[in-house]
Design a protein around this ligand. Sequence first.
Ligand SMILES: Nc1ncnc2c1ncn2[C@@H]1O[C@H](COP(=O)(O)OP(=O)(O)OP(=O)(O)O)[C@@H](O)[C@H]1O
Ligand SMILES: [Mg+2]
Length: 424
Amino acid sequence: MDSRIHVAIHSSNSRISLSDISDPGSPLCLSDLSTSKFASNLHIFTLSELKLMTSDFSSTNFLGEGGFGPVHKGFVDDKCRPGLDPQPVAVKILDLDGDQGHREWLTEVVLLGQLRHPHLVKLIGYCCEDEHRLLVYEYMARGNLENHLFRRYTSSLTWETRIKIAVGAAKGLAFLHGEEKPVIYRDFKTSNILLDADYNAKLSDFGLAKDGPEGDNTHVSTRIMGTHGYAAPEYIMTGHLTTMNDVYGFGVVLLELLTGRRAMDKKRPAREQNLVDWAKHYLKDHHKLDNIMDPRLEGQYSTEGARKVAALAYQCLSHSPKSRPTMNHVVKILEPILQLRDLPVGPFVYIAPAQGKNDAKLNDHKEKGDEDEGKVKKETETGRSQRRKGYRHKHPIKARAVYTDTHLYRTLKNEMISARIEGR
Ligand SMILES: Nc1ncnc2c1ncn2[C@@H]1O[C@H](COP(=O)(O)OP(=O)(O)OP(=O)(O)O)[C@@H](O)[C@H]1O
Ligand SMILES: [Mg+2]
């Protein structure tokens, strides 16, 4: 591959334009890239340094692989580069098959070399040696939002955490859109929202980002890029690219946070596969909202907050881009939801008293509970298919000696209160 990278710099004060990266006539070559002003933010690593950091890209350090190539965890310190704080990093190796990979790598370097924000993942440096193209990011301890929301082995995200993530991601987008030359992110989705140890959300993967139109012009893309299920209808139909496309994608992610369902899920019945098509009409009606809320929340969410988020998602998903809110407005609506405290009493642990006049009643429950426990066990044995058919919820949950379930809370609430009163 030609190691010359063409980038145009318009003036020393303005940001390097992303639109010019793809212009093969632009005069800047790779050596200019390393000496340009944003390069002072970035460390340039050699391939052997990166091998050292990642134990030769060992499988034990493997974090995952997306469209660009594999990602490995590594560690840098000031022995590697004077002035670098010792810290874990994520090293992404770009698979350079085809021109697009190279352009996306360059977009990432040029954009993240210039833009810094608490809700954008930090690019620490890059490597560009022969045909090798790698990126070195701050390490995000909790990986991406997709894994937390949809993988079965992870514990469920609480309501507060979901809102915190939504606020963080919204601030990241608002920052990009608020730039003097607005940046359209184009690939807003749960797998591109990374989470640090405290669940602070940061946007990653800027390879598809584009500078927004200036003045009244709108971009028309010849190639529609992005991810199915998140792309705005007008962008798919006409290729018109505006910041409002990102707002639509944000609406889809809000819906995923509410429902715990994927934007596209081929494993579901036909009419439920596209999340927006299935859920949108529920968002308008407060009374129907319960039907689509993520069962993994176990009812532990602010009703008022859920209503506000649903109304906001509905607005973001407007068919007409002009009816969608700006990301600044989205942040203004979402932030106060973090303060709402109208959550139901949390999951509790109920320990049945060993003796007393409630024994008979409780034993009665226990027997029924044991039966039900058997059912739960059978359910696990018979596998996922029954759970998908709603098997679990068709059978009311009865008392057992110890429970930590909100469904149980609803069923047993009254008995709990009377048991407490009688026990006084
Ligand atoms: N900075 C980082 N810190 C920790 N893990 C990361 C970091 N960057 C990426 N990862 C993880 O590496 C894996 C691959 O990420 P990558 O962004 O390449 O692909 P993806 O987002 O899964 O798919 P796509 O190609 O659609 O973006 C994911 O599991 C992601 O969570
Ligand atoms: Mg990604």
